[in-house]
Design a protein around this ligand. Structure first.
Ligand code: SF4
Length: 452
């Protein structure tokens, strides 16, 4: 998954980088990295773990300057968090370049093999370093007019971008410049904000809110933004046939107080819940959300049905997110540590339980067991996204086809496995309506039709 943040002309770089990336902690919890210019040299700080504990006061005191980027990592390719924390720094044509990447390259293994065969060495096992090695390897034609000062950067960058396939939002530090770009299909969100003369880029607008900056717009799919002391330039390296924004951002990844792809995540989640209610005729006493990402669709559902919404599951906020924990054992333990059933609310009640998605089914099964343990009378599970039938190749570490429960069992089989009284997913049509689908979203999780 990963979150990226960058600032140009910061008035307080340690504060901006810290708060900007802290607001994106939900997008990656394995580690955090910062890169910034101190004078003309590039400095990097990388730490494993959650930002609050990982970055020490001494780290922050050492951050001076006006330009920097930051990254929170969740591993989608490559193995250990430590060695693959970003930003990655590498010499490209004699210049030190820092890069932070959100997404996943589909063709990085063959590319990497080819480059290794040519004698290039790699210091990281993740896909992201391929960009910098490609920039070192070649120069491409620039098919549009550019400022002379951007020629060298753009010719090597365009060369690299022509070779890679997949999802990539990038932030780079290159010779004092801050560079932001989004792949032609625009899988992942990247927004721009402004406060005074400081310009910000972030995976989600929550960073801007925390910094008191104004949300300006999204970086467009196929756009490269270059910022330096000469000003801001926007180049379009690819005019996409059609965008393929990740619809799962609305279901789970993004924070509800964010705007992603120009829309309020809260508004979309609530709409999904409302449509789920309109498609449903089950009777119950209470609507109970699975926190956190089930909360907003549950509100939409409860308001549409005119049923009370009660907090039947209480979240321990110190436990992190379960879906993005890399192993099943850690995910199981996380559920127990994270959610506690609220007996006073639940005992003897027929509940309509709202969750954002069912992926493997193991987390939902554990939650159902927790609820039964406190004497719930009936559990009707309602899911605010259609059945997940496909893994993701664009930067989300969803499981393999075999691990996805909707590929192993039919609706009745899943209901039986989870041990609920009834089970219903929002329809794909209803879901598309809620997200405002006009052919411009990736829905491959639910349709198995992959855009690349
Ligand atoms: S496959 Fe799913 S998670 Fe991946 S980009 Fe498409 S909608 Fe998003």
């Amino acid at each position: 998954m990963c979150g990226i943040f960058g600032v140009y002309n910061s008035q307080n770089l340690s504060r901006d980088l810290y708060l900007g990336i802290y607001a994106l902690q939900h997008r990656g919890q394995e580690g955090v990295g910062l890169a910034f210019y101190q004078g003309k040299s590039l400095k990097v700080i990388k730490r494993e773990g959650l930002i609050l504990e990982a970055l020490k006061e001494e780290d922050l005191k050492g951050i001076r300057g006006k330009v920097g980027i930051a990254h929170v990592r969740y591993s989608t390719s490559g193995e250990k968090a430590g060695e693959n924390l970003q930003p990655i720094v590498r010499r490209v044509r004699g210049k030190e370049v820092a890069l932070a990447h959100n997404g996943n390259l589909k063709n990085y293994l063959p590319l990497k093999e080819k480059l290794k065969g040519e004698g290039y060495t790699f210091n990281h096992s993740s896909d992201s370093e391929v960009f910098l090695v490609l920039m070192e390897r070649g120069k491409g034609e620039i098919p549009f007019k550019v400022l002379e000062e951007d020629e060298e950067l753009l010719s090597s960058l365009l060369y690299a971008l022509r070779e890679v396939r997949g999802a990539y939002n990038l932030l780079m530090l290159y010779e004092g410049k801050l560079v932001a770009l989004r792949d032609p299909l625009g899988f992942r969100p990247l927004c721009v904000g402004l406060k005074g003369k400081s310009l910000y880029f972030s995976s989600e607008s929550v960073s801007l809110t925390l910094l008191g900056a104004e949300y300006l717009r999204e970086v467009k799919p196929g756009e490269i933004v270059v910022v330096d002391e000469r000003g801001i330039r926007s180049y379009h390296f690819n005019t996409p046939d059609g965008e393929k924004k990740c619809a799962f951002e609305f279901v789970y990844f993004a924070r509800p107080d964010s705007y992603v792809f120009g829309r309020s995540v809260y508004e979309v989640r609530k709409e999904i819940g409302k449509i789920l209610a309109q498609e449903d005729d089950v009777e119950g006493d209470l609507v109970v959300p699975v926190p956190d990402s089930g909360l907003v669709p549950a509100l939409g559902y409860a308001q549409e049905k005119k049923l009370p919404l009660e907090l039947g599951l209480i979240r321990n906020h110190y436990a992190g997110r379960s879906f993005i924990e890399p192993t099943q054992r850690r995910r199981d333990l996380k559920v127990l540590m994270k959610l506690s059933p609220n007996e006073w609310v639940l005992k003897g009640k027929r509940i309509i339980l709202i969750d954002d998605s069912i992926v493997r089914g193991t987390t939902s099964k554990r939650i159902v067991q927790l609820l039964k343990g406190v004497g719930v009378k009936e559990i009707h599970l309602r899911v605010a996204s259609p059945p997940v039938i496909s893994p993701c190749y664009y930067g989300i570490d969803t499981p393999t086809y075999e691990e996805l429960i909707a590929n192993k069992r039919d609706l009745e089989g899943i209901r039986e496995y989870l041990g609920v009284d009834s089970l219903k997913y929002v329809s794909l049509e209803g879901f598309k309506r809620a997200i405002g689908y006009r052919g411009d979203f990736c829905l491959a999780c639910w349709t198995n039709q992959h855009p690349l």
